[in-house]
Design a protein. Structure first.
Length: 490
């Protein structure tokens, strides 16, 4: 029986010496891939049963192999077994642990019919599918926090902006829901991605399959996959699906960052639209008065990190020839970092969103300022028969008058409107434009599907709640259970 700390390599028969210390240090990956140990042991159990079905392990050997793998799992769980400095990767470490328990003769049989190439390609799929569900659940939690804030906002109106300039009044709820929908699409992307990655490469071997009569379909089912990859070279060497996950993670980071930017601005003294809860803010080591939106700032910063992980992975993949190359070892750290980042960030960010408090009075007061009702004047003129090209100019003329006096549009006199609209509307009609010079009137008039009218925003909140419940089916599913099928999927 091997000593638990005895060096073991998965290759070397044709070599006259072991790797140089420099090569060993470069090749070592246990510092990041040990987190795949549980998936590796699960894969080993399924592979052992495949060997048993193929007659390559007797019933007694299979029983002893499964018992040894169970014991190895216990040792991994309690920390009594871990990689040592000489272990090249988690697969090497686990085979060393298995041989220590089962002995060299039995433990050495598990490697038959599989390669680290198909093994690691399968493990990263298993790990990502599991964590995709965790992240999906967290994204839905954030979406729910935005929906709850939207419901609490009621009919509060705020200034809507384009180019960061006052544009038109909108409901606060409408603005918040504009951040909820991208998060729901991120979860939809994870579901769509899961449909593609739901295929096991086990049985592909190094690149060409195996000659031992193993049943890859049975292994796939046992590991929670609904099918086997169609091409053994593609199964072992392609990482487009890992990169696709990295894109979804980066996109989620960008969506969170955009909301972060608004919260940071809204939280300034100049805007004063929102106050953050003390539990989700920080202070200054030198300035006693400070209350900083650190969670939003960290979210904004970490989005760059998520993008960097994606970019680095794509750069690694772009020049690789078909079939496995050691460059592919670089796929794991990128997505491991993304998962670690999102799974820590999202609960904190959700807590901040759920507990922030809006100043409804200030939002209402600011909503119509900055000539935000100018479009309403132009559209009122259109309703009264003025071609939009002229209506746009006439409304702009009203803005020019008010701006020159340091006033807002509603401060203009009847004579101002009569003069501005002269030649287009009768004098007795022109002052009636005042009927659209209110924030709530402006908001309520925009009642087309997707508009900011209160009834339409209520509709989208109801729709978003239903979408969350539907998407939760994926977040609550298990990647090693029955395959999740999205409604309408094929």
């Amino acid at each position: 029986m091997a000593d638990n700390n005895e060096h073991l390599a998965l290759w070397g028969g044709r070599f006259t010496s072991g790797p140089s210390p420099e090569l060993a240090r470069l090749s070592k990956s246990t510092q990041f891939d040990w987190r795949l140990a549980d998936d590796d042991i699960a894969g080993s159990r399924a592979h052992a049963r495949a060997l048993g079905r193929a007659g390559l392990l007797s019933a007694d050997e299979l029983k002893r192999m499964e018992d040894a793998l169970d014991e190895l799992q216990r040792r991994v769980d309690d920390g009594s077994f871990a990689p040592i400095e000489d272990d090249e990767d988690e697969a090497t470490a686990l085979e060393r642990g298995l041989i220590d328990i089962a002995g060299d003769e039995l433990g050495g049989k598990l490697r038959a019919g599989r390669s680290r190439n198909d093994q690691i390609a399968c493990l990263i799929r298993m790990w990502l599918r599991r964590h995709a569900r965790v992240i999906a659940g967290q994204l839905l939690g954030l979406a729910n926090a935005l929906i709850a804030q939207s419901e609490k906002a009621g009919k509060t109106v705020m200034p809507g902006r384009t180019h960061m300039q006052h544009a038109q009044p909108v409901l606060l709820a409408h603005q918040l829901m504009a951040h909820a929908w991208p998060l729901l699409r991120d979860v939809q992307r994870l579901i769509d991605w899961d449909r593609r990655i739901n295929a096991s490469p086990y049985g592909s071997g190094a690149l060409a399959g195996n000659t031992l009569g193993l049943d890859p379909e049975a292994v796939a089912r046992e590991l929670g996959f609904s099918r086997v990859t169609d091409n053994s070279i593609d199964g072992t060497a392609s990482r487009d699906l890992v990169a696709e996950f990295a894109f979804v993670a980066a996109m989620a980071g960008v969506d969170i960052s955009r909301l972060s930017e608004e919260i940071i601005i809204w939280n300034t003294q100049e805007f004063a639209f929102v106050k953050l809860d003390d539990g989700y803010s920080t202070g200054s080591s030198i300035m006693p008065q400070k209350k900083n939106p650190d969670i939003a700032e960290l979210a904004r910063g970490k989005s760059g990190r998520l993008i960097g992980d994606l970019t680095g992975l794509l750069a690694t993949l772009k020049g690789l020839p078909t079939a496995y190359a050691r460059d592919l070892q670089e796929d794991k750290e990128a997505v491991f970092d993304q998962v670690d980042t999102l799974e820590v960030l999202l609960p904190a960010f959700t807590g901040m969103v759920a507990t922030m408090r809006f100043d409804a009075d200030r939002l209402e007061a600011e909503a119509p300022t900055g000539f935000a009702l100018a479009t309403d004047i132009a559209e009122w003129l259109v309703k009264n028969g003025v071609p939009f090209r002229h209506a746009h100019e006439l409304s702009g003329a009203c803005v020019k008058i008010a701006e020159g006096r340091g006033q807002e549009l509603w401060d203009l006199t009847d004579d101002d409107f009569i003069g501005a609209f002269n030649g287009f509307l009768p004098a007795d009609k022109a002052p009636q434009v005042r009927e659209v010079l209110s924030s709530h009137g402006s908001v309520n008039s925009r009642n087309g599907k997707g508009g900011t009218a209160y009834g339409r925003v209520r509709e989208q909140i109801v729709d978003a709640k239903a979408e969350v419940e539907e998407l939760k089916l994926f977040a609550d599913s298990t990647s090693d259970g029955p395959a999740y099928k999205a409604p309408g999927s094929f």
